[in-house]
Design a protein around this ligand. Structure first.
Ligand SMILES: Cc1ncc(COP(=O)(O)O)c(C=O)c1O
Length: 374
């Protein structure tokens, strides 16, 4: 049997929606993007959404929109995808990494508070695998020190912890619609926020700092546009938005299927020696399912699973030990031991709505067989 690491769940209707855009006048940011932004705002419960072409852009522009740049520090986690830190660099600020809660892999609020300096301007929590960080604790720290919070919600559209959802206790929530995400269109992202001014700034930055986009210039007599600020080019276009609009209606049912698969995996692995899993707190977005194995054996298990037709990935090796961060900041093994322990032992296994029970059972069997050397 071959079990792909990920298979998307686009329907014929999603594809027809995209084809309809291809038959229309607007390929770029236009009515479909506006429709998606409104629908996504309703889903998140946050009043303002700006569609972008990635979560990386969302993080970058949210930080810039909040005035974060040269000479500033932003605290994020060593256990994340590199974009959480590179977005800080793109904004011109310095990413300051902290260690994580060893049970969830989410940023440790005590480590955040200890890392604050006079240059700190923001906290950038990452809701790892879909489990939300302790947002009330982070909000308290942010209020005490006058900091902004920008959430990396690439793994967590649907999550909630102690009644708090993404974006409720922060300045901005940043989402990814990358190919393998819970809501996927190939490449895409969005910022959702409470502040209309911040949303307006992000929109401006996302399209060259132009006062009007193509759709805004289309109707009526030709309208001149002005360049109001130095912007970037990371707007979400109608071709991608068309893949997202109806998919959003299925987000909760797809989550429910991943929840079933999570429970199946948990029951299948319960008590098995040499295998741990992160703790899931509250309602997780259930984006990634990872197992933690003996670091000495991790790569052998990874390759063993591949040989048996099971797709795998590593989310993530601790980022401070990647070449660029070591060279730039002099990081070394031992700097963030809890993130390193997760990074050295983690293996992500297939976890998506199209995965059948039979395939999930095959994955469980193969994990156990590889671990016991059978
Ligand atoms: C935690 C995290 N943050 C940010 C990103 C970046 O998302 P995008 O590819 O949409 O820029 C990813 C992508 O995988 C991610 O996993």
């Amino acid at each position: 049997m071959k079990v792909e690491f990920y298979r998307h769940n686009l329907t014929e209707q999603d594809i027809a929606n995209t084809v309809a855009v291809l038959h229309s006048v607007f390929l770029t940011t236009g009515p479909r993007t506006a429709q998606f932004e409104a629908k996504f705002a309703a889903y998140t419960g946050l009043p303002h959404v700006v569609g972008l072409n990635s979560c990386t852009a969302a993080l970058h522009l949210a930080l810039m929109g909040l005035g974060i740049g040269q000479g500033h520090e932003v605290i994020t986690t060593a256990m994340t995808f590199i974009a959480s830190a590179t977005a800080v660099l793109h904004a011109g600020a310095k990413p300051v990494l902290v260690d994580v809660d060893p049970t969830t892999g989410c940023m440790d609020p005590a480590a955040v508070e200890a890392a604050i300096t006079p240059a700190t301007k923001a906290i950038l929590p990452v809701h790892l695998y879909g489990t939300m960080c302790d947002m009330p604790a982070l909000r308290k720290i942010a209020d005490k020190h006058g900091l902004a919070i920008v959430e990396d919600c690439a793994h967590c559209i649907e999550g909630e912890l102690d009644g708090v959802r993404p974006g409720q206790l922060s300045d901005a929530a940043c989402y990814s619609f990358y190919a393998t995400k819970n809501l996927a269109c190939g490449e895409g992202g969005a910022v959702a926020c409470q502040s209309p001014e911040l949303a307006q700034k992000i929109k401006l930055l996302s399209l060259h700092g132009m006062s009007k986009n193509a759709a805004g210039r289309y109707h009526g007599a030709y309208q001149h546009w002005d360049m109001l600020t130095l912007g970037y080019k990371c707007n979400l276009d109608d071709i991608h938005s068309a893949l997202l609009v109806d998919q959003l209606d299925r987000l909760d049912s797809q989550w429910a299927r991943r929840r079933e698969l999570y429970q199946r995996y948990e029951a299948g692995f319960e008590g098995f020696p040499g295998l741990a899993r992160p703790k899931v707190k509250g309602k997780s977005g259930h984006h990634v399912y990872t197992i933690w194995v003996d670091p000495e054996r991790r790569d052998d298990v990874l390759h063993g699973l591949q040989e048996r037709g099971v797709g795998v990935a590593v989310n993530f090796r601790a980022i401070h030990l990647l070449d660029y961060f070591r060279r730039t900041y002099g990081f070394k093994p031992g700097d963030f031991p809890r993130a390193e322990a997760i990074g050295d032992s983690t293996i992500s296994i297939p976890f998506y709505p199209k995965l059948t029970d039979q395939e999930a059972d095959y994955v469980i069997e193969q994990v156990k067989a590889v671990l016991t050397g059978n």
